[in-house]
Design a protein around this ligand. Structure first.
Ligand code: CTP
Length: 407
């Protein structure tokens, strides 16, 4: 049997990027031979094994054919006769279809190295369209390697468009899509992920609520970039530049969905877009079964981001309501993430990327003031149950009034 390193490990070594996962392909072996060498089989379906010591994945060389809709609809054929070239041709991109032996000799029948040099994400063969998840994968790779100058080859974009129009994307499970979305949002240029999905028509299918923001104007005084879609991309870009966590990036992507619902006669104003957007944010959250912390933050940022921007003008009672809505006393981290998302929203505007955001410290100070109210003295005064709750609120309001006066 011959063993080769394949896929991302080869690609990233050639790009001079750190290699984390190594995938191996085994040519000329049977399942029985692998088991005899102590490899552990993974699942019942695929001829994939884990190395007895390293735990890395070793797959028997295989060919695949699509036999149904969606991700599950594959038949594959693995046998010692399947060649390395046959295994590589079923893969998604030329830069992912290279193999390397233990002497670092490269097998590159589909010119992955040439495309690495040309900075092109190009499909290997028409079999690309057999797996709709590849639309998201290519957009994710575009987001990761945009900084190196990579773009999607026009002929690959055309296949992605074909897949998007075919209805195949709807067959993807929420879990598989979310995994790609989450990874893509954590790349260096997550806005490129959304841009590429939009260019191939996949955004309209996956997140029509985000797609609808393009072409919707906002008042130029606050938004020199005008277009709401362009603004959303800039907010996401800022979030990545400021190394924000996934929760914040997800909230940034969805914060303005309500603006897509404004009747054209009301443009460029978007009255109550915060509230109108909530049902759309909820729909996107649920469509991809986003984790609970992402869902929650997206809804809170959607509803309250304008409060964040107006923090310095808010009445103490409104500030208190804001802090209560976030349950800032028990969930201080979530409030920090809200502040971060508001700041990214403020900076994700053309020419305003470097602006300062005094609202952030002001909100932090307000949270500290409200949290400083001690409960013990109120208990000692004999407050209980709902009355205790009211008394705490009164004290917090007093603290916020004092805070606002001295700020
Ligand atoms: N692959 C594919 N089509 C898919 C998934 C995977 O062709 N839908 C192939 C590609 O050759 C890929 C390899 O399987 O390089 C390994 O897949 P995976 O580990 O998911 O991705 P990597 O390319 O290693 O990339 P990453 O750095 O994102 O993990």
């Amino acid at each position: 049997m011959q063993i080769y390193k394949v896929g991302g490990a080869v690609r990233d070594r050639l790009l001079g990027r750190p290699v984390t996962d190594i995938d191996w392909v085994v040519v000329g072996a049977t399942t029985e031979e692998m088991l005899a060498k102590g490899f552990r089989p993974v699942g019942a379906d695929f001829p994939v094994f884990l190395h007895p010591k390293s735990g890395e994945e070793y797959a028997l060389a295989r060919t695949e054919r699509k036999s149904g809709r969606g991700y599950g609809g594959f038949t594959f054929h693995a046998s010692p006769e399947v060649t390395l070239e046959e295994d590589l041709i079923r893969r998604d991109l030329t830069i992912n279809a290279m193999a390397e032996d233990d002497q670092q000799n490269l097998t590159d029948p589909y010119h992955g190295q040439r495309d690495l040099e040309a900075r092109l994400l190009r499909h290997v063969s028409p079999a690309f369209t057999e797996d709709p998840l590849r639309v998201l994968r290519v957009a994710r790779f575009a987001a990761r390697y945009a900084g190196l100058g990579f773009t999607v080859a026009p002929e690959t974009l055309a296949l992605m468009r074909q897949l998007s129009e075919s209805g195949e994307l709807e067959a993807l499970t929420a879990e598989r899509s979310w995994k790609e979305i989450a990874r893509a949002l954590m790349e260096d240029q997550p806005q490129v992920f959304i841009q590429v999905l939009r260019e191939c028509g996949a955004l309209k299918v996956l997140m029509p609520e985000v797609d609808a923001l393009f072409g919707v104007p906002q008042p130029e005084a606050h938004h020199p970039e005008i277009d709401t879609g362009v603004h959303t991309l800039s907010v996401l870009e800022q979030a990545a530049q400021h190394k924000q966590p996934l929760t914040v990036r997800w909230a940034c992507l969805l914060h303005d969905l309500g603006k897509g619902l404004t009747p054209e006669e009301e443009w460029p104003r978007h009255i109550a877009h915060e509230h109108k957007g909530l049902k759309l944010i909820k729909a996107v959250n649920e469509r991809f079964k986003a984790p609970k912390d992402c869902q929650e933050l997206a809804l809170l940022v959607g509803e309250y981001h304008t409060h964040g921007h107006r923090a310095l003008e808010l009445k103490p009672s409104t500030l208190l309501e804001l802090l209560q809505s976030f349950d800032v006393y028990r969930r201080p981290q979530r409030f920090e993430e809200f502040i971060a998302a508001c700041e990214m929203d403020a900076r994700g505007r053309k020419g305003l990327e470097q602006r300062s955001y005094p609202q952030a410290d002001y909100l932090r100070g307000a949270a500290t003031a409200a949290r400083s109210v001690a409960v013990q003295p109120l208990l000692e005064k004999g407050f209980k149950g709902p009355e205790l709750g009211e008394a705490i609120k009164r004290e917090r309001l007093k603290a916020l009034k004092a805070y606002k006066e001295q700020a």
